[in-house]
Design a protein around this ligand. Sequence first.
Ligand code: ATP
Ligand code: MG
Length: 347
Amino acid sequence: MSAAQARSAELEKLIQADPGRFRVLTGDRPTGRLHLGHYFGTLHNRVRLQGLGVEMYVIIPDYQVLTDRDVADNLTGHVEDLVLDYLATGVDPARSTIFTHSSVPALNQLLLPFLSLVSVAELSRNPTVKDEIAHSRQSFVSGLMFTYPAHQAADILFCKADLVPVGQDQLPHLELTRTIARRFNDRYGNGTPVFPQPDALLSSAPLILGTDGTKMSKSRGNAIALSADADETARLLKGAKTDSERHITYDPAGRPEVSSLLLLAALCLDRTPQQVAADIGSAGAAALKKTVTEAVNEYLAPIRARRAEYAQDRAYLRQILRDGNERARAVADTTLAEVRAAMNSHY
Ligand code: ATP
Ligand code: MG
Protein backbone atom coordinates (compact mmCIF):
# COMPACT_ATOMS: atom_id res chain seq x y z
CA MET A 1 0.00 0.00 0.00
CA SER A 2 1.36 3.44 -0.93
CA ALA A 3 1.81 6.17 1.68
CA ALA A 4 -1.10 8.09 0.10
CA GLN A 5 -3.35 5.03 0.35
CA ALA A 6 -2.35 4.46 3.97
CA ARG A 7 -3.14 8.11 4.74
CA SER A 8 -6.50 7.76 2.98
CA ALA A 9 -7.36 4.77 5.16
CA GLU A 10 -6.50 6.82 8.26
CA LEU A 11 -8.63 9.71 7.00
CA GLU A 12 -11.58 7.37 6.42
CA LYS A 13 -11.62 6.60 10.15
CA LEU A 14 -11.55 10.30 11.07
CA ILE A 15 -14.36 11.03 8.57
CA GLN A 16 -16.54 8.25 9.95
CA ALA A 17 -16.00 9.56 13.48
CA ASP A 18 -16.78 13.20 12.70
CA PRO A 19 -17.80 14.05 9.11
CA GLY A 20 -18.84 17.58 10.09
CA ARG A 21 -15.25 18.65 10.72
CA PHE A 22 -14.24 18.19 7.08
CA ARG A 23 -14.67 20.41 4.04
CA VAL A 24 -14.19 18.97 0.57
CA LEU A 25 -13.14 20.61 -2.68
CA THR A 26 -13.22 18.59 -5.89
CA GLY A 27 -13.83 19.25 -9.54
CA ASP A 28 -13.34 18.33 -13.16
CA ARG A 29 -12.17 20.32 -16.14
CA PRO A 30 -14.98 21.06 -18.62
CA THR A 31 -13.22 19.21 -21.43
CA GLY A 32 -15.85 16.53 -22.05
CA ARG A 33 -18.24 14.12 -20.43
CA LEU A 34 -17.22 12.30 -17.26
CA HIS A 35 -16.06 8.71 -17.59
CA LEU A 36 -15.64 5.56 -15.55
CA GLY A 37 -12.23 6.76 -14.30
CA HIS A 38 -13.91 9.80 -12.74
CA TYR A 39 -16.71 7.75 -11.32
CA PHE A 40 -14.65 5.13 -9.53
CA GLY A 41 -11.66 7.43 -8.97
CA THR A 42 -13.47 10.30 -7.24
CA LEU A 43 -17.18 10.83 -8.00
CA HIS A 44 -18.38 7.86 -6.05
CA ASN A 45 -16.33 9.05 -3.08
CA ARG A 46 -17.73 12.57 -3.36
CA VAL A 47 -21.31 11.37 -3.26
CA ARG A 48 -20.53 9.11 -0.33
CA LEU A 49 -18.92 12.00 1.60
CA GLN A 50 -21.87 14.26 0.79
CA GLY A 51 -24.16 11.56 2.20
CA LEU A 52 -22.14 11.47 5.43
CA GLY A 53 -22.69 15.21 5.86
CA VAL A 54 -19.28 16.52 4.74
CA GLU A 55 -19.51 20.07 3.32
CA MET A 56 -18.61 19.98 -0.37
CA TYR A 57 -17.53 22.43 -3.08
CA VAL A 58 -17.36 21.22 -6.68
CA ILE A 59 -15.37 23.45 -8.99
CA ILE A 60 -15.69 23.44 -12.77
CA PRO A 61 -12.32 25.00 -13.66
CA ASP A 62 -13.10 26.56 -17.02
CA TYR A 63 -9.92 28.65 -17.28
CA GLN A 64 -7.88 25.48 -16.85
CA VAL A 65 -9.24 24.08 -20.09
CA LEU A 66 -6.71 26.38 -21.73
CA THR A 67 -3.71 24.81 -19.99
CA ASP A 68 -3.15 22.25 -22.74
CA ARG A 69 -5.09 23.55 -25.74
CA ASP A 70 -5.39 26.79 -27.68
CA VAL A 71 -9.15 27.28 -27.50
CA ALA A 72 -11.84 26.21 -25.09
CA ASP A 73 -14.25 24.58 -27.54
CA ASN A 74 -17.92 24.19 -26.68
CA LEU A 75 -17.32 25.41 -23.14
CA THR A 76 -21.00 25.93 -22.30
CA GLY A 77 -21.87 22.47 -23.57
CA HIS A 78 -19.09 20.82 -21.57
CA VAL A 79 -20.03 22.72 -18.41
CA GLU A 80 -23.65 21.64 -18.76
CA ASP A 81 -22.49 18.07 -19.39
CA LEU A 82 -20.56 18.09 -16.13
CA VAL A 83 -23.54 19.39 -14.17
CA LEU A 84 -25.66 16.64 -15.72
CA ASP A 85 -23.08 14.00 -14.82
CA TYR A 86 -22.99 15.31 -11.24
CA LEU A 87 -26.76 15.29 -10.87
CA ALA A 88 -27.06 11.83 -12.43
CA THR A 89 -24.47 10.33 -10.08
CA GLY A 90 -26.03 11.86 -6.97
CA VAL A 91 -24.32 15.19 -6.27
CA ASP A 92 -27.06 17.26 -4.63
CA PRO A 93 -26.86 21.00 -5.41
CA ALA A 94 -28.79 21.78 -2.24
CA ARG A 95 -26.02 20.24 -0.15
CA SER A 96 -22.98 20.78 -2.41
CA THR A 97 -21.88 24.02 -4.05
CA ILE A 98 -21.27 23.54 -7.79
CA PHE A 99 -19.58 26.56 -9.38
CA THR A 100 -17.49 27.76 -12.34
CA HIS A 101 -13.95 29.00 -11.81
CA SER A 102 -14.19 32.14 -13.96
CA SER A 103 -17.26 33.35 -12.04
CA VAL A 104 -15.34 33.78 -8.78
CA PRO A 105 -12.85 36.67 -9.19
CA ALA A 106 -11.64 36.62 -5.57
CA LEU A 107 -10.56 32.99 -5.92
CA ASN A 108 -8.41 33.90 -8.90
CA GLN A 109 -6.75 36.74 -7.01
CA LEU A 110 -5.19 34.22 -4.63
CA LEU A 111 -3.02 33.08 -7.51
CA LEU A 112 -0.68 36.07 -7.26
CA PRO A 113 0.55 35.62 -3.70
CA PHE A 114 0.56 31.84 -4.18
CA LEU A 115 2.82 32.07 -7.23
CA SER A 116 5.29 34.08 -5.18
CA LEU A 117 5.61 31.14 -2.79
CA VAL A 118 6.77 28.47 -5.27
CA SER A 119 9.97 28.24 -7.25
CA VAL A 120 10.21 27.72 -10.99
CA ALA A 121 12.16 24.51 -10.24
CA GLU A 122 9.30 23.16 -8.11
CA LEU A 123 6.81 23.84 -10.89
CA SER A 124 8.97 22.29 -13.59
CA ARG A 125 9.62 19.00 -11.81
CA ASN A 126 5.93 18.31 -11.09
CA PRO A 127 5.32 14.88 -12.71
CA THR A 128 1.64 15.57 -13.46
CA VAL A 129 2.50 18.76 -15.30
CA LYS A 130 5.16 16.83 -17.24
CA ASP A 131 2.64 14.15 -18.18
CA GLU A 132 0.00 16.67 -19.17
CA ILE A 133 2.56 18.56 -21.27
CA ALA A 134 3.44 15.28 -23.01
CA HIS A 135 -0.24 14.81 -23.95
CA SER A 136 -0.89 18.47 -24.67
CA ARG A 137 -2.34 19.67 -27.97
CA GLN A 138 -0.16 22.77 -27.99
CA SER A 139 3.12 23.24 -29.77
CA PHE A 140 4.57 25.09 -26.77
CA VAL A 141 4.15 24.99 -22.99
CA SER A 142 2.04 27.96 -21.96
CA GLY A 143 2.57 29.89 -18.75
CA LEU A 144 -0.89 28.76 -17.74
CA MET A 145 0.08 25.09 -18.03
CA PHE A 146 3.31 25.66 -16.19
CA THR A 147 1.57 27.34 -13.26
CA TYR A 148 -1.32 24.84 -13.16
CA PRO A 149 -0.48 23.50 -9.67
CA ALA A 150 -0.61 27.03 -8.23
CA HIS A 151 -4.11 27.59 -9.68
CA GLN A 152 -5.18 24.36 -8.18
CA ALA A 153 -3.89 25.53 -4.81
CA ALA A 154 -6.14 28.60 -5.17
CA ASP A 155 -9.09 26.39 -6.13
CA ILE A 156 -8.64 24.24 -3.06
CA LEU A 157 -7.66 26.86 -0.51
CA PHE A 158 -10.20 29.56 -1.39
CA CYS A 159 -12.77 27.62 0.62
CA LYS A 160 -10.20 26.27 3.09
CA ALA A 161 -10.91 22.71 2.03
CA ASP A 162 -9.02 20.12 4.05
CA LEU A 163 -10.03 17.05 2.04
CA VAL A 164 -9.67 16.51 -1.72
CA PRO A 165 -10.99 13.26 -3.23
CA VAL A 166 -8.79 12.76 -6.28
CA GLY A 167 -7.30 10.17 -8.58
CA GLN A 168 -3.65 9.24 -8.30
CA ASP A 169 -2.56 11.64 -11.06
CA GLN A 170 -3.42 14.59 -8.83
CA LEU A 171 -1.18 13.69 -5.86
CA PRO A 172 1.80 15.85 -6.94
CA HIS A 173 -0.52 18.85 -7.35
CA LEU A 174 -1.92 18.35 -3.91
CA GLU A 175 1.55 18.13 -2.43
CA LEU A 176 2.29 21.57 -3.85
CA THR A 177 -0.99 22.92 -2.45
CA ARG A 178 0.14 21.74 0.99
CA THR A 179 3.49 23.44 0.48
CA ILE A 180 1.85 26.71 -0.55
CA ALA A 181 -0.52 26.64 2.43
CA ARG A 182 2.36 25.97 4.81
CA ARG A 183 4.55 28.70 3.35
CA PHE A 184 1.72 31.23 3.35
CA ASN A 185 0.99 30.48 7.01
CA ASP A 186 4.69 30.70 7.92
CA ARG A 187 5.20 33.97 6.12
CA TYR A 188 1.97 35.81 6.86
CA GLY A 189 0.13 33.88 9.58
CA ASN A 190 1.55 35.67 12.65
CA GLY A 191 1.11 32.43 14.60
CA THR A 192 -2.47 31.85 13.39
CA PRO A 193 -2.62 29.68 10.26
CA VAL A 194 -4.80 31.17 7.51
CA PHE A 195 -5.03 27.94 5.47
CA PRO A 196 -5.33 24.24 6.31
CA GLN A 197 -2.95 21.75 4.68
CA PRO A 198 -5.41 19.64 2.72
CA ASP A 199 -5.19 15.87 2.38
CA ALA A 200 -5.82 13.81 -0.75
CA LEU A 201 -8.43 11.12 -0.37
CA LEU A 202 -7.83 8.22 -2.76
CA SER A 203 -10.51 5.70 -3.62
CA SER A 204 -9.88 1.98 -4.04
CA ALA A 205 -9.54 2.65 -7.80
CA PRO A 206 -7.19 5.64 -8.01
CA LEU A 207 -6.11 4.93 -11.60
CA ILE A 208 -8.56 3.43 -14.09
CA LEU A 209 -6.98 2.74 -17.47
CA GLY A 210 -8.61 3.63 -20.76
CA THR A 211 -9.15 1.37 -23.77
CA ASP A 212 -5.58 2.03 -24.96
CA GLY A 213 -4.02 1.00 -21.66
CA THR A 214 -3.05 4.52 -20.50
CA LYS A 215 -4.87 6.63 -17.87
CA MET A 216 -8.50 7.00 -18.91
CA SER A 217 -8.87 10.69 -19.80
CA LYS A 218 -11.59 12.81 -21.34
CA SER A 219 -9.18 14.20 -23.88
CA ARG A 220 -7.27 11.08 -24.91
CA GLY A 221 -10.04 9.35 -26.88
CA ASN A 222 -9.75 6.28 -24.65
CA ALA A 223 -12.64 6.86 -22.25
CA ILE A 224 -15.98 5.23 -21.58
CA ALA A 225 -18.32 8.07 -20.74
CA LEU A 226 -20.91 7.57 -18.03
CA SER A 227 -23.41 8.93 -20.54
CA ALA A 228 -22.41 6.62 -23.42
CA ASP A 229 -25.23 4.29 -24.45
CA ALA A 230 -25.07 0.52 -24.03
CA ASP A 231 -24.04 -0.11 -27.66
CA GLU A 232 -21.27 2.49 -27.63
CA THR A 233 -19.98 1.03 -24.36
CA ALA A 234 -19.94 -2.46 -25.89
CA ARG A 235 -18.12 -1.21 -28.99
CA LEU A 236 -15.48 0.68 -26.98
CA LEU A 237 -14.83 -2.20 -24.60
CA LYS A 238 -14.57 -4.63 -27.49
CA GLY A 239 -11.67 -2.58 -28.81
CA ALA A 240 -9.94 -2.33 -25.43
CA LYS A 241 -6.30 -3.34 -25.30
CA THR A 242 -5.59 -6.65 -23.50
CA ASP A 243 -2.70 -9.11 -23.82
CA SER A 244 -2.06 -12.44 -25.49
CA GLU A 245 -2.31 -14.60 -22.34
CA ARG A 246 -5.59 -16.54 -22.55
CA HIS A 247 -5.92 -17.38 -18.86
CA ILE A 248 -7.33 -14.32 -17.10
CA THR A 249 -5.63 -13.29 -13.85
CA TYR A 250 -5.63 -10.16 -11.69
CA ASP A 251 -2.08 -8.82 -11.73
CA PRO A 252 -2.08 -4.99 -11.84
CA ALA A 253 1.73 -4.71 -12.15
CA GLY A 254 2.28 -7.48 -14.71
CA ARG A 255 -1.00 -7.26 -16.66
CA PRO A 256 -2.25 -3.67 -16.25
CA GLU A 257 -4.84 -3.67 -19.07
CA VAL A 258 -6.52 -6.95 -18.15
CA SER A 259 -6.43 -5.99 -14.48
CA SER A 260 -8.05 -2.62 -15.05
CA LEU A 261 -10.92 -4.32 -16.91
CA LEU A 262 -11.28 -6.85 -14.09
CA LEU A 263 -11.33 -4.01 -11.57
CA LEU A 264 -14.07 -2.19 -13.51
CA ALA A 265 -16.22 -5.31 -13.61
CA ALA A 266 -15.57 -5.96 -9.92
CA LEU A 267 -16.52 -2.42 -8.89
CA CYS A 268 -19.77 -2.66 -10.84
CA LEU A 269 -20.60 -6.13 -9.52
CA ASP A 270 -19.49 -5.41 -5.94
CA ARG A 271 -17.07 -8.35 -6.03
CA THR A 272 -13.28 -8.61 -5.92
CA PRO A 273 -11.26 -8.56 -9.17
CA GLN A 274 -9.79 -11.93 -8.18
CA GLN A 275 -13.28 -13.46 -8.00
CA VAL A 276 -14.18 -12.07 -11.42
CA ALA A 277 -10.90 -13.40 -12.85
CA ALA A 278 -11.50 -16.86 -11.38
CA ASP A 279 -14.95 -17.03 -12.99
CA ILE A 280 -13.55 -16.21 -16.42
CA GLY A 281 -10.52 -18.46 -16.06
CA SER A 282 -9.32 -19.66 -19.44
CA ALA A 283 -12.23 -18.26 -21.44
CA GLY A 284 -9.94 -15.43 -22.61
CA ALA A 285 -10.14 -11.73 -23.34
CA ALA A 286 -13.40 -11.93 -25.30
CA ALA A 287 -15.19 -13.41 -22.29
CA LEU A 288 -13.58 -10.80 -20.02
CA LYS A 289 -14.82 -7.99 -22.27
CA LYS A 290 -18.32 -9.48 -22.36
CA THR A 291 -18.39 -9.65 -18.54
CA VAL A 292 -17.15 -6.07 -18.18
CA THR A 293 -19.60 -4.74 -20.78
CA GLU A 294 -22.60 -6.35 -19.11
CA ALA A 295 -21.49 -5.26 -15.65
CA VAL A 296 -20.84 -1.65 -16.70
CA ASN A 297 -24.06 -1.33 -18.68
CA GLU A 298 -26.16 -2.71 -15.87
CA TYR A 299 -24.45 -0.54 -13.25
CA LEU A 300 -24.79 2.63 -15.32
CA ALA A 301 -28.37 2.08 -16.54
CA PRO A 302 -30.06 4.02 -13.69
CA ILE A 303 -27.41 6.78 -13.83
CA ARG A 304 -27.96 7.12 -17.58
CA ALA A 305 -31.73 7.24 -17.15
CA ARG A 306 -31.48 10.01 -14.53
CA ARG A 307 -29.09 11.95 -16.74
CA ALA A 308 -31.52 11.82 -19.68
CA GLU A 309 -34.26 13.18 -17.43
CA TYR A 310 -32.19 16.11 -16.13
CA ALA A 311 -31.07 16.91 -19.69
CA GLN A 312 -34.64 17.98 -20.47
CA ASP A 313 -34.30 21.03 -18.24
CA ARG A 314 -31.35 23.22 -19.24
CA ALA A 315 -32.77 26.18 -17.29
CA TYR A 316 -32.44 24.17 -14.10
CA LEU A 317 -28.75 23.50 -14.85
CA ARG A 318 -28.16 27.23 -15.28
CA GLN A 319 -29.94 27.96 -12.01
CA ILE A 320 -27.71 25.47 -10.17
CA LEU A 321 -24.63 27.31 -11.45
CA ARG A 322 -26.01 30.75 -10.63
CA ASP A 323 -26.75 29.67 -7.05
CA GLY A 324 -23.42 27.86 -6.70
CA ASN A 325 -21.45 30.80 -8.07
CA GLU A 326 -23.12 33.16 -5.62
CA ARG A 327 -22.27 30.92 -2.67
CA ALA A 328 -18.67 30.43 -3.88
CA ARG A 329 -18.19 34.18 -4.37
CA ALA A 330 -19.22 34.89 -0.78
CA VAL A 331 -16.74 32.31 0.53
CA ALA A 332 -13.93 33.57 -1.73
CA ASP A 333 -14.54 37.20 -0.73
CA THR A 334 -14.19 36.28 2.94
CA THR A 335 -10.97 34.34 2.34
CA LEU A 336 -9.45 37.07 0.17
CA ALA A 337 -10.23 39.67 2.85
CA GLU A 338 -8.39 37.49 5.38
CA VAL A 339 -5.46 37.03 3.02
CA ARG A 340 -5.18 40.75 2.36
CA ALA A 341 -5.36 41.49 6.08
CA ALA A 342 -2.61 38.93 6.75
CA MET A 343 -0.48 40.51 3.99
CA ASN A 344 -1.18 44.03 5.25
CA SER A 345 -2.71 44.99 1.93
CA HIS A 346 -6.06 46.42 2.94
CA TYR A 347 -6.37 50.15 2.45
P1 ATP B 1 -8.46 15.79 -19.18
O1 ATP B 1 -8.11 14.73 -20.19
O2 ATP B 1 -9.17 16.96 -19.78
O3 ATP B 1 -7.33 16.17 -18.28
P2 ATP B 1 -9.39 13.93 -17.20
O4 ATP B 1 -10.17 12.79 -17.73
O5 ATP B 1 -7.96 13.70 -16.84
O6 ATP B 1 -9.57 15.10 -18.26
P3 ATP B 1 -9.75 15.73 -15.02
O7 ATP B 1 -10.83 16.74 -15.11
O8 ATP B 1 -8.34 16.15 -15.31
O9 ATP B 1 -10.17 14.51 -15.97
O10 ATP B 1 -9.77 15.02 -13.59
C1 ATP B 1 -10.83 15.15 -12.67
C2 ATP B 1 -10.67 14.22 -11.49
O11 ATP B 1 -10.86 12.86 -11.90
C3 ATP B 1 -9.29 14.25 -10.83
O12 ATP B 1 -9.46 14.10 -9.44
C4 ATP B 1 -8.60 13.03 -11.39
O13 ATP B 1 -7.61 12.53 -10.51
C5 ATP B 1 -9.75 12.05 -11.52
N1 ATP B 1 -9.49 11.11 -12.61
C6 ATP B 1 -9.39 11.43 -13.92
N2 ATP B 1 -9.12 10.34 -14.64
C7 ATP B 1 -9.02 9.29 -13.78
C8 ATP B 1 -8.75 7.88 -13.93
N3 ATP B 1 -8.50 7.37 -15.12
N4 ATP B 1 -8.75 7.10 -12.82
C9 ATP B 1 -8.99 7.64 -11.60
N5 ATP B 1 -9.26 8.96 -11.39
C10 ATP B 1 -9.27 9.78 -12.45
MG1 MG C 1 -6.65 15.42 -16.36
